[in-house]
Ligand binder design. Structure first.
Ligand SMILES: Cc1cc2nc3c(=O)[nH]c(=O)nc-3n(C[C@H](O)[C@H](O)[C@H](O)COP(=O)(O)OP(=O)(O)OC[C@H]3O[C@@H](n4cnc5c(N)ncnc54)[C@H](O)[C@@H]3O)c2cc1C
Length: 293
């Protein structure tokens, strides 16, 4: 195989997920740049399972790990630049917080909501990450995708079905970069809004314990946190996995929880809420790896 990036074997994914759980990846690749990634993908066995990893802030990786190749974007696909009057071009490994501040400093508005989302642009595109009324795809002008043959395509948002924390595009393509089209704004006002949103997060969310943010999608017309709290599940524990006392839709790792503890707690919350309120909550968090006992 011909590549310039770094290939690690048996890399513990607990080091790369915000819950701090997950077994090893058979291989983890850190590309030198997009061309290097394309060369690496072209050389991959067509049957090799592939997982893309940003900051691991929405991933529950099993304790058995991932028996395939993980492509890590964070710290690798890191280019960020202004294009034209109101545009920003970012590669998928750039953090959401960096994009929010970069846009604000350019006097462009729209991206402030990204400041408190602890993921990469790639993860935000895959999840249509959003907060405080803003959603990632509301600002996307074009994306560039790459497939496992290393082929790169430019696509407009119209090529994707986009919903609440849901994005469906061409199967077998991943996000390499995006062009965002923002609005003219005011640097000081945007930085002030970022400060305000981060403060609101600090009041509403558990800080200091590993988590994955909201575990369940909000059902239409309601809030998952309200339903979980109404079911009396705040504080419920499996091992060191606990339904947060501060925000019921967060599950926090208060010590040495493993992926099984978290998965079992998710299942318990789901079935208790269904029993008590009749609402079936759908997890927002992506489960990865083998879950056989
Ligand atoms: C404290 C906390 C607060 C949070 N608050 C919010 C919030 O307000 N709003 C919100 O929407 N989310 C929130 N989240 C969840 C999470 O930060 C977002 O879903 C984020 O977009 C995930 O980005 P990531 O880079 O960490 O993705 P990862 O967790 O690494 O990956 C998530 C999914 O995206 C896929 N993926 C990653 N990169 C790519 C790529 N380049 N191409 C294709 N697929 C890719 C992965 O394979 C996986 O399926 C929060 C999480 C935490 C821990």
């Amino acid at each position: 195989m011909n590549f310039r990036g770094e290939l690690r074997w048996d890399e513990p994914l607990a080091r790369h997920t915000s819950w701090r759980v997950g077994g090893p990846a058979r291989r983890l690749f850190r590309p030198a740049d997009a061309a290097d990634l394309a060369a690496f993908l072209r050389g991959l066995d067509p049957t090799e399972p592939v997982l893309w990893l940003g900051l691991g802030s929405n991933l529950l990786v099993s304790d058995a790990g991932f028996s395939g190749t993980v492509i890590q974007t964070q710290g690798c696909l890191n280019n960020l630049e202004r294009i034209g009057e109101q545009g920003v071009r970012a590669e998928s490994g750039v953090s959401c917080a960096k994009i929010a501040r970069f846009a604000a400093r350019l006097g462009l508005t729209g991206m402030e909501f990204l400041a408190g989302i602890p993921g990469t642009l790639g993860g935000a595109l895959a999840m249509n990450a959003g907060a405080y009324g803003g959603e990632t795809w509301g600002w996307v002008q074009r994306v560039f995708t790459i497939d496992r043959r290393g082929e790169i395509r430019e696509r407009p948002p119209a090529d994707f079905r986009i919903g609440y924390r849901r994005v469906q595009g061409a199967p077998g393509e991943w996000f390499l970069e995006a062009k965002l089209e923002l609005k003219p704004g005011d640097t000081l006002a945007s930085l002030e809004r970022i400060r305000d949103l981060l403060e609101r997060r600090g009041h509403a969310q558990p800080i200091g314990f590993p988590s994955c943010g909201s575990v369940f999608r909000n059902p239409p017309g309601d809030y998952a946190a309200r339903l979980i709290e109404a079911a009396g599940l705040k504080g419920l524990r499996v091992g060191d996995a606990q339904v947060s006392e501060k925000h019921a839709n967060f599950i926090v790792n208060i010590g040495t929880a493993n992926a099984w503890d978290i998965a079992r707690l998710i299942d318990q919350v789901q079935s208790e809420v269904a029993r008590i309120s009749g609402v079936h909550l759908t997890p927002e968090v992506c489960r990865v790896g083998g879950w056989e006992p």
